[in-house]
Ligand binder design. Sequence first.
Ligand SMILES: NC(=O)c1ccc[n+]([C@@H]2O[C@H](COP(=O)([O-])OP(=O)(O)OC[C@H]3O[C@@H](n4cnc5c(N)ncnc54)[C@H](O)[C@@H]3O)[C@@H](O)[C@H]2O)c1
Length: 326
Amino acid sequence: MPPETERRVLDPAARARLAALCMLPDPRPLAAWDEPRTATLMARAEVLITGWYCPPIPEAVLAAAPRLRLIAHTGGTVKGLVPLAAWARGIAVTNAVAANARPVAEWTLAMILLAGKQAFAAREAYRTQRRRWPQGIEWDRIGNRGRVVGLVGASRIGRLVLDLLRPFEFRVLLHDPTLDDAAIRALGAEPAALDDLVGRADIVSLHAPSLPATRHMMDARRIGLMRPGAVLINTARGALLDHAAAARAVADGRITLIADTLEPEPLPPDHVLWDLPGAFLTPHIAGSIGTEVARMAEAALDEIERHARGEELRHAVRQEELEVVA
Ligand SMILES: NC(=O)c1ccc[n+]([C@@H]2O[C@H](COP(=O)([O-])OP(=O)(O)OC[C@H]3O[C@@H](n4cnc5c(N)ncnc54)[C@H](O)[C@@H]3O)[C@@H](O)[C@H]2O)c1
């Protein structure tokens, strides 16, 4: 991994733990596969730790690492980073996707709670009108009690959001085509077809992966099904949302959009969404950042520890998962 990633990911505590867990023949990370040290290090390596901006592992490098048993990625997806040859050789692969789910779920919870109180609209109305009860807010409709939240995707993040919502008095609908109704009920949510969910929820939050099947899952027709005044939260991927259709609905004042992921990202400088008060856009910060990054290294170190003890990995990446578009 580049030195900048190492500085962000491996803090002194992680470094100390790493030194206690493994023999580190060279404390400096490899920043490129064509470094002269690569051959000697990979000939000995049993565990390879990678991180954000690690260049894809060439098959030749893997072939020259006969002792390699585990690749522990301190970042998210390993798609495009780890060649399929790793699975073919039985090298275990793990990543920190689960650790990265937590800040996204926390962010989503915060957005749901604030959206339920219409904080974004109230702030804008207050700022512009400067009076105690600004006009344009439906005060009787504000509040989180009894609010219907629709979660799209029982993904790692979707499930964590569901858990975080438990202490509140929401009614939670969940759509996930990979689960049957019984499985969704067992998670503690009410199963709903996507159109039904979109039409009933006060707040719709997207947690599905970016796949050909999920591209523009929120298109003009589905956005049209949303309740007037409803809120759409996208922390998943911009590809899930038709941004032109969303911009029209936000401009009409029909919905509020809270988006941490966009398409393209960032939007073009003249995109209409930038200036609409009903659009709350953030620069892809829901996932691990700042103080949260250390959690991803901890997750990788936990996996290395399990591997060293001969235990099963908790977050092993299966080859099939690479079919998901990142
Ligand atoms: N904003 C950020 O910083 C940030 C950070 C991490 C992840 N993400 C994004 O959040 C989303 C969820 O991430 P994750 O790691 O929880 O995903 P994940 O890999 O756990 O998602 C896979 C699951 O999604 C569900 N799913 C599959 N197809 C679906 C469909 N058509 N509709 C609804 N659900 C479907 C299934 O339950 C499947 O098991 C992804 O789009 C990911 O890229 C964003």
